[in-house]
Design a binder for this molecule. Structure first.
Ligand code: GDP
Ligand code: MG
Length: 326
């Protein structure tokens, strides 16, 4: 594996015609079933949410942080250099619809001294204008079921359709998990709010996130289900996760948000407050003391166990597609 370049590899890829998500065995073999990971605990961290909202950008920031940690840390890890890793900012490459896995696992030392490997998982193309609602729901449900930490990326503040999606995905995840005999709740779900516009009311970061989340969970500011149904915010999110958290990020500045062709993601091109909070977010999210190793049947999730879980989920997803478009 050392000779091959690190890159994003498809773990589940949508069939271009039917939209059915197909497990990519080559990625299982190369990453999860490698000598390094097969018997070692893994912590998949995925990000899902609408397209063009900085998901891949953010994963590359996490990648930079994890690389710097595994190289011994120190200095300012959010370097002033172009951001690379998962393909980001769209437009340039062909449109794919898949769950992508970063091919290089990143070692972390857990609070109990064990070594585990973080696996970064991107979702590409869900909830965009090409993929079908069914496909998007399956993609997000799969991401949640295989992750130790799932980041749900939302812009400004959750809208009623975010909640409807959360509900559909959680319900489908539960169905799929029960068919596959797997736990249906993601250990840690983080609602990541981008472009938070009310810092005077709730400050950026995890503390403001905790307050606003309490407010939203109590039903504040989110009107109704959009389709006329009542929504139960707490139930819709709570269904999907054992632990629910929220983090508020500021706007990244005009260069990042405005499609400036010169924008490379380098730290000096970001609004200073955004860069500061990005550092804080990565360190908070990836704090080893709070990274959950998922357990299946009382055993920690290893690369081999994750590969088996992916196979089982794939099989059941093919047999049990969500019934949304009837
Ligand atoms: P993805 O489709 O969600 O993976 O989005 P990308 O990571 O490819 O980024 C899409 C665009 O959003 C790029 O031009 C980024 O510079 C920009 N972007 C990154 N982070 C943010 C953010 O926090 N807010 C806004 N408004 N734009 C962002
Ligand atoms: Mg992306």
């Amino acid at each position: 594996m050392a000779a091959e370049e690190d890159r994003a590899m498809p773990l589940f890829a949508a069939d271009p015609d039917s939209g059915e998500l197909r497990l990519q065995e080559a990625t299982l073999e190369r990453v999860l079933l490698s000598d390094q990971l097969r018997d070692s605990p893994v912590i998949p961290i995925s990000i899902t949410g609408a397209f063009r909202r900085g998901k891949s950008f953010l994963l590359n920031v996490l990648l930079r942080y994890l690389r710097s940690q595994s190289a011994g840390g120190g200095g300012d890890w959010l370097e002033d250099a172009p951001l690379t890793g998962f393909p980001w900012r769209g437009g340039r490459q062909a449109h794919t619809r898949d769950l992508q896995l970063w091919s290089r696992p990143l070692p972390v030392t857990l609070a109990d001294g064990r070594t585990a490997h973080v696996l970064l998982v991107d979702s590409q193309g869900a909830f965009d204008n090409v993929s079908t609602p069914t496909e998007s729901v399956v993609m997000r449900a799969l991401a949640g079921l295989l992750s130790g930490v799932q980041v749900l990326n939302v812009s400004r503040q959750p809208q009623s359709d975010d909640l409807q999606q959360a509900r559909l995905c959680a319900e489908y995840a539960r169905l799929l998990a029960s068919a596959a005999g797997a736990p249906h709740r993601t250990p840690r779900l983080v609602l990541l709010v981008r472009d938070w516009a009310f810092p005077a009311e709730e400050p950026y970061g995890a503390e403001g996130g905790r307050h606003i989340l309490g407010h939203w969970l109590a039903g504040g500011d989110i009107e109704d289900g959009g389709d006329g149904t009542d929504i139960d915010t707490a139930a819709d999110w709570g269904l999907a996760a054992e632990e629910l958290e929220c983090f508020l990020l500021p706007h990244p500045g005009a260069a990042a948000a405005g499609g400036d062709p010169e924008f490379s993601g380098a730290a000096s091109q970001l609004a200073p407050e955004f860069a500061e909070r990005l550092r804080e977010f990565a360190e908070w999210l990836l704090d080893a003391a709070r990274l959950p190793v998922r357990e299946i049947d009382g055993r920690p999730l290893t690369g081999a166990a994750l590969a088996a879980l992916c196979r089982s989920l794939s099989e059941h997803a093919a047999r049990l597609p969500p019934q949304l478009e009837a």
